[in-house]
Every structure is written in C-alpha cells, then in structure tokens.
Unconditional design. Sequence first.
Length: 331
Amino acid sequence: DWVMRDHIAEAVEAIRQQVGDEEVILGLSGGVDSSVAAALIHRAIGDQLTCVFVDHGLLRLNEGDMVMDMFVGQLHAKVIRVDASELFLGKLAGVSDPEAKRKIIGGEFVTVFKQEAAKLTSAGAKGAKWLAQGTIYPDVIESGGAKSKKAVTIKSHHNVGGLPEQLGLKLLEPLRDLFKDEVRELGVALGLPHGMVYRHPFPGPGLGVRILGEVKKEYADLLRRADAIFIEELHNFIDPASGKSWYDLTSQAFTVFLPVKSVGVMGDGRTYDYVVALRAVQTSDFMTADWAELPYALLKKVSGRIINEVRGINRVTYDVSSKPPATIEWE
Ligand code: XMP
C-alpha cells in the first residue's frame, strides 16, 4: 500500500542521513521488533549493517536456522551467529531459582553480545559507530514512565538497556515512533514472512523460563519437540465461527516442561516419564490474561501426538489459571 511505501522511503532516507557511511551493529533475537528493525536498516544501508545473533540454546525448534535462513538466505544481510548454547547451559547447571536463572541468562547474553560487538567496533577506521535497537513506542513510554518504578519486581526482564554507552556507540532506533501493529505491517511490507511477523511473543530468556527449575539440555530438547506439536496444531485447527486458526485466536500459547515423572502405560509396558503443561491465553495487554477455552478436539490431538511422538513425555496437562493471580509464564 502507498502509505506504507511512503513510510518505508522516508524511514530509509532518515537512516541514510543519520548514519552516513558509518557501520551499524544490531542484536538480532528472532523476535518481531529486532527483525523488522534489521530488515529496515538493511534496506537502507545494506552491508553497512552487521547483525549479531546470540543463540543461547533456549530457542524454539529450528528457530536459529530459520533466523539465518531469512536474514542471510533471503535478505542477504550480514549476520554473525554465535552459538553460545554450551556456555549458557554450563552457567545454568545446578541453578533452579527463577530469578537467578533470569539474571544469568540476561547477564550472559549481554556479555556475549558485548564481546562480539567489541570485535566489530575495534576494526580500525571502519569500526562500527552505531548500535541499532528495535525499541518501539510502547517500550519508550514504559521505560520513561512510572510503570518501571514498581516497588516489587515480579520478574526481572531481559533487556539490553545501557549498552550503547558501555560500548561507546551511538544509538539508532528506527522503530521508536511505531506501535506494535505498525511494526508488523512494516515487516510484511519489507518482505518478512507473515507467519514470522505475526508470531506470539517469546520471552528473552526463552525456554529457560519454561523449564521449571534446573535447565538441562535433555529437558530443552523434549520441550522443543512438544511445543512444536502444540503450535502446529494451533495453526491447523480453524474455528468455524470466525474462520481463524486457534493460533490467531490466542495471544500467546506455549508448552512448559515439568521436571517430575509420572507413571504411564504403553503397549505391554509401564512408563515413568516427564509431564508437560500446555498454556494458552487471551489478552489485550499481557497485564491481565484469561486462559483460552481451546476446543477439546484440539487438546486431544495435541496430547495424543505429544505422548506418541515425544518419547520421554507420557502425560500432558492444560493450565486453567488466569492472570492474576497466575502469571502467563510459569517462572
Ligand atoms: P508474565 O509471565 O509476567 O509475562 O505474565 C507477561 C508477558 O511478558 C513476557 N515475558 C518476557 N518478555 N523478556 C521478555 O522479552 C522477559 O524476560 C520476559 N518475561 C516474560 C511473557 O512471555 C508474556 O508475554
């Protein structure tokens, strides 16, 4: 559409004016905001942009490859993928407190990103001078407003505040004036896949807060497979009344790994395996949320598939807690 095309042309021109011939670094997470920021900046300055994608090993099934496929394979952007999964799993070994886990994941993320960024800024005259971030308008309000000064931290959020100063870089935030809906429209107009741009939100600490207690690779692998089945079936099941899929009818849906074992029976044998919980909510602002009344046929299909296809999980439960008092994530 014309409005969007004008908007892109304007934004591209503004970025070119701002950075001139200098180099830009951007931390790519696979999330909507950083992806749209990357696509827009790449449209404006091409190879002057280098994306750093820190893979903490707590992403969803095939997510890292999908990010690389899209940005390198399709957009031909420069992306440095840092496989830090062993580092993160090592730091998380033996840690089960949710806040401690969040702090470790957030802290390591910044450390790894800074190391990569430092290599790019110290490359002589051609060293990067800018750090780009996918900050959107609601983030701007939230960090300036009274909201962030809550007396009690319910969950410490994973973000990269203060990084530009620490790295001695100028800040480039091309999405600062946009609401989420506008960011999504912009993403589609820039050629990002619709499915990527309209994905449910995913927390910075990733599966780290969806594996209760200690994070282990074995748990993450089981959870990734179970969650992929749940998401696939949410896309497959269409609500006849609205014609929409249950993925689109929910605001956020995911699977949680419970590190407890329960007894089951399979064929002639007894099993003693792990449990997962399915979580699906509907909300307009994520501050309050209702659990989604998913059709039984969908729950049945998902539980049957997970138990049959993911050896190591023999029980599936559905979370029927609203926020408040429960939070959306389990940790
Ligand atoms: P809760 O669990 O607090 O989650 O009800 C509200 C929303 O925030 C997301 N969330 C996060 N997003 N970094 C993020 O970027 C985080 O550390 C984080 N923790 C929770 C959560 O997925 C839900 O959408």
